[in-house]
Design a protein around this ligand. Structure first.
Ligand code: TXA
Ligand code: MG
Length: 350
């Protein structure tokens, strides 16, 4: 069924007023896309199974991939969860509101569809005024995955959401571009040693400084051994543009040589090639289309521009995207690398 998707803009002089109508849609069981600091989310009342079902339908998301529930206060988190460990409180105090999702034991009130039938629930408090006000005014915790069609790059602007979901959801709040650009760090607080299930802007080192040892609970290369997958989202191909992405990792010099070689090869065979490059390498190569993700000196810029770059090159109808993986793979670079590896069909190390 095609829906009439309403688009709300924020009136700075009537901030609350401009969110109220969208909050009304949430209360009636509708779906509303909204900005967070990381990426746009597609929200619905997390405690209403019918509303949550509409999220899965709109995205074409597999039913066993659970959603993150967004809250506006610690108390709201406590209403959804039980046996919250002390270390989880330390992380909430240090990083909330912010791009950190905690996996906690769920209460019975959280429906199975929201958690993919797991006995845990993912919770986070977003650092975005619009998101927090939407939760407060609606009075509902919001289940919200990234607001893209399943498998597509996460949306960092309202236009990206419109491209993917217009006609499939009830409303979109246009709050401009997000701040971070990649999704939150996810950490499982129910295991003996807390395990990072998805890297993000808040790095493992920052977390370990607060709570001590953590484990790495993700693998960058998509694998299909479902038994071993702890975070159901990890087993699906992600962030895949229509074009085939090839990621080249290694030292700057070697990556440039390999990129040039592959560029020449693909073009001689008639393919349209898009380049996703760091600023530092922009002078050395020219493809059919180019998107610069920023300087390697500022990994936050790479995170901010990555998904927009994949979407940009797709729009330019390239057949192949050659991605420059010569940036540092520590700190935020860990998360950028993780997303690129998931988007890539082939990873070449030089
Ligand atoms: O920044 C973000 O986290 C964005 C914004 C909108 O908040 N949301 C987001 O949601 O990225 P989504 O659904 O695209 O990713 C949620 C991830 C998935 O990999 C999912 O499998 C995992 O969190 N997850 C959710 N609940 C879980 C649970 N109970 N146990 C393990 N993993 C869980
Ligand atoms: Mg997602």
């Amino acid at each position: 069924m095609k829906l009439r998707t309403r688009i709300f803009h924020i009136d700075k002089n009537d901030f609350i007023g401009s969110i109220s109508e969208a909050a009304g849609i949430i209360k009636e069981g509708g779906t509303v896309a909204f900005p967070t600091e990381t990426v746009y989310g597609l929200g619905a009342d997390a405690l209403d199974p019918v509303a949550v079902r509409a999220i899965f339908d709109a995205k074409g998301r597999p039913a066993d991939n659970p959603l993150i529930v967004h809250v506006a206060s610690k108390e709201q988190c406590e209403e959804l969860t039980e046996n919250i460990p002390e270390k989880a409180y330390i992380l909430m105090d240090r990083f909330w509101p912010g791009p950190l999702t905690l996996i906690l034991q769920r209460r019975e009130t959280v429906p199975d569809i929201t958690t993919g039938g797991l006995d845990t629930v993912a919770v986070r408090m977003p650092d975005n005024k619009i998101a927090l006000e939407l939760i407060r005014i609606s009075g509902r915790p919001l289940a919200a995955p990234s607001a893209n069609l399943s498998g597509k790059p996460s949306p960092t602007t309202a236009d990206h959401v419109i491209e993917d979901l217009c006609g499939r959801i009830d409303a979109i709040i246009d709050g401009g571009a997000v701040r971070v650009g990649i999704e939150s760090t996810v950490i499982d607080m129910t295991s003996e040693v807390p395990a990072i299930l998805r890297p993000g802007m808040i790095s493992g080192d920052e977390i370990e400084r607060e709570i001590g040892e953590t484990a790495t609970g993700y693998e960058d290369i998509v694998h299909h051994d479902i038994e071993k997958v702890r975070s159901p989202g990890m087993k699906y191909v992600h962030y895949s543009p229509d074009a085939t992405v090839i990621l080249i990792e290694g030292s700057n010099e070697m990556v440039v040589i390999k990129l040039r070689e592959m560029l020449d090869d693909f073009r001689s065979r008639g393919a349209r090639v898009g380049l996703l490059l760091t600023d530092e390498n922009s002078g050395y190569l020219s493809g059919d289309e180019l998107f610069l993700v920023g300087s390697k000196e500022r990994p936050g810029d790479l995170a901010f521009n990555l998904f927009a770059g994949l979407r940009y090159l797709d729009k330019k109808k390239v057949d192949i995207i050659l991605a420059d993986g010569s940036f540092s793979h520590s700190g935020v670079g860990t998360a950028v690398l993780n997303r690129l590896r998931k988007a890539a069909e082939t990873i070449i190390k030089v």
